[in-house]
Design a protein around this ligand. Structure first.
Ligand code: 13P
Ligand code: SF4
Length: 354
């Protein structure tokens, strides 16, 4: 049980708008250890007994605060296991989280993910409070293109529909015809019944879509700073060192990596493939934490980790989640005109995949 002491929180909270709550005492007592034991069982394969006394009081405090604030935490598959399994109310890939955001029945949504995900949640819930624990949790793909760039593309390619990956700002989505995620990009492109489609901003995702469709794809030059670092040589040498290894890649990887993978799919697609096939050895060619999250549920499978961390996703921690709920920070807002147009692009995708 976390004990409470007077609030000594930061000054940038917004006094008056939300009830100020006392800061919990984060002591790991024998009572707390007993209470949290069932939760530890869920993560014991990936969280060490040495780490648990630090995490358990934070988890308890966050779960208590969620009730007091009538809040839910939407956790992306790249969150670390103690967040993903112990405080997340809904877990998933970008598509699942966008759909969940549209259904959420709570006053407050805390995004355990990056900024474009929080913006998408706000688009789907203009009347709810959407928080992100760290405003600097960005994304190299979202940074690679602006609304002005998209307006220029419209002029350069008149009449060609524009599909935007969900990894973009609301301002960029507002200029596009429809949104897509890595789980539905091919379906979205083909739904437009056009001979040519602009796919922005991920060059590699666009490349992957091109291998799956006869529609001519025109790509932007954005890259994911995490996935572009994987190389075919690295994967081949892992295969040689680990006979029988299954390689599962995210479509943000370079084409030569996707070419030699056994399966390519969104983060949830990769998880589902692994749970369904239960390979003896698997390498998930994506952000590190996802392997830990699946490993927590599949102790029989050996995860070979190439391990590239997303520095943006890793800005979300138990500590920053606690402060987010305690001080109701940092609120994500979208200009209403931009939001209306961006929402259309997201809803068009959601309706197509429902
Ligand atoms: P997913 O939609 O597959 O979860 O991917 C999001 C992302 O940021 C991958 O880097
Ligand atoms: Fe963006 Fe890549 Fe991080 Fe995903 S992993 S949030 S695409 S930088």
């Amino acid at each position: 049980m976390a004990h409470l002491e007077p609030d000594k929180g930061p000054d940038h909270r917004e006094p008056g708008r939300f009830t100020q709550l006392p800061r919990p005492n984060l002591e790991f007592t024998p009572e707390l250890e007993a209470e949290m034991r069932p939760l530890y069982e869920k993560v014991k394969h990936v969280v060490t007994p040495m780490e648990w006394p630090h995490y358990a009081p934070l988890i308890k405090a966050i779960n208590t605060l969620k009730k007091e604030r009538n809040a839910v935490i939407l956790a992306h598959n790249y969150m670390t296991p103690e967040i993903f399994h112990c405080v997340g109310d809904f877990q998933g890939d970008s598509l699942a989280l966008a759909k969940e955001a549209a259904r959420v029945d709570a006053d407050v949504i805390v995004q355990a993910g990056v900024h474009f995900m929080a913006e998408t949640s706000k688009l789907m819930n203009p009347d709810k409070t959407v928080l992100i624990p760290d405003m600097k949790a960005g994304c190299s793909l979202a940074e690679s293109i602006t609304a002005e760039d998209v307006r220029r593309l419209r002029e350069a390619y008149p009449g060609v529909p524009i599909v935007t990956y969900v990894n973009t700002s609301a301002a960029v989505k507002a200029e596009c015809d429809i949104c897509c995620t890595s789980a539905n990009a091919v379906k979205v492109v083909e739904s437009l019944n056009a001979p040519r489609v602009l796919c922005i901003p991920d060059e590699y995702l666009a490349n992957y879509v091109q291998t799956q469709t006869d529609v001519e794809i025109i790509a932007w030059k954005g890259r994911c700073e995490v996935h572009e670092r994987f190389t075919a040589e690295e994967i081949q040498s892992m295969r040689e060192a680990e006979p029988g290894l299954k390689v599962i890649a995210h479509p943000e990887c370079p084409p030569e990596v996707i070419e030699i993978a056994d399966f390519t799919g969104s983060t949830t697609g990769m998880i589902n493939w692994t749970k369904e096939h239960k390979p003896a050895k698997v390498m998930l060619v994506t952000e590190c934490s996802m392997s830990s999250n699946v490993a927590a549920e599949l102790p029989e499978t050996e995860f070979i980790r190439p391990c590239n961390l997303c520095p943006h996703m890793k800005r979300i921690s138990l500590e920053s989640l606690l402060d987010s709920l305690l001080y109701m920070q940092h609120e994500v807002t979208v200009d209403p005109d931009v939001a209306e147009r961006a929402r259309r692009a997201v809803e068009r995708m959601v309706n197509l995949t429902n």
